[in-house]
Design a protein around this ligand. Structure first.
Ligand code: PGA
Length: 240
């Protein structure tokens, strides 16, 4: 694992955007696994700037996202689909037909199967972007005795609902479930790019730095198993 400690959120975002840009410039048809949340917003801004400056071309890029809330329409401003449209897809020359998020089609069971089928068809990604939760979750794979290998419906932990309530009018409005890629799906990528920013991630980052155990109760620990993983953190996440 390559640890990169940055002085600031901006530096972390620039560094992450550089790694993503290198992947796209090396392979214009790159398949990217993308993530939502406040952590990657700065990185997406950098990518949009690079596109506007003529340094990046998304026309052949494909994307798959880690997760989406259950019970929220894609057109809802709080959906992860809306987040991706606002932060990237509407701002660059990506073909929206090549962008994918988990979505509800028929029953939840059918929706899960459909996303697994899509992931199997898409195959290995060139890069998978990841944030971490304050409790060490990755995507919505929450700390638990067992973790899912493939796409699943996850009951969100109270701490995750609490952390995500900042995007909603009230905690009661936060969806209680999400559809999320599983651990095997996340790891099916040539490169993992994990970002952590801010003091509220310090506990998880510190725990990660001081353990040599892989624990399902601490999903972030699994990133140690990936042969080509970058962990980019800012000073607040690193030092607290
Ligand atoms: P955040 O979320 O980037 O909004 O902090 C990351 C996560 O919970 O995985």
């Amino acid at each position: 694992m390559k640890l990169i400690v940055c002085d600031s959120y901006d530096e972390m975002s620039k560094k992450a955007a550089e790694i993503v840009s290198d992947v796209i410039n090396e392979n214009p048809s790159a398949i990217l696994g993308l993530a939502t949340g406040s952590t990657p917003e700065g990185m997406y801004k950098e990518l949009v700037e690079a596109y506007k400056d003529g340094k990046l071309d998304f026309s052949k890029v494909s994307t798959v996202n880690l997760d989406e809330y259950v019970g929220i329409d894609p057109s809802n401003p709080q959906s992860y689909q809306s987040f991706m449209n606002e932060n990237l897809f509407d701002r660059v020359n990506i073909n929206k037909e090549n962008t994918h998020l988990p979505k509800e089609i028929g029953s939840l069971e059918e929706s899960v199967k459909a996303y697994d089928k899509l992931l199997a068809e898409i195959g290995q990604r060139d890069l998978q972007l990841l944030g971490i939760g304050p409790n060490g979750h990755i995507a919505f794979n929450e700390p638990d005795e067992k973790l899912n290998m493939h796409t699943s419906i996850i009951d969100l932990k109270d701490e995750t609902i609490e952390a995500n309530s900042r995007f909603f009018d009230s905690k009661d409005d936060v969806p209680k479930q999400a559809m999320s890629m599983g651990m095997a799906d996340i790891f099916n990528s040539k490169t993992l790019l994990v970002l952590a920013s801010g003091k509220n991630k310090h506990k998880a980052v510190e725990k990660f730095m001081h353990t040599d155990k892989i624990e399902t109760l601490f999903p972030m620990s699994f990133i140690n198993l990936h042969p080509n993983c970058y962990l980019i953190v800012d000073k607040d996440a690193y030092q607290g």
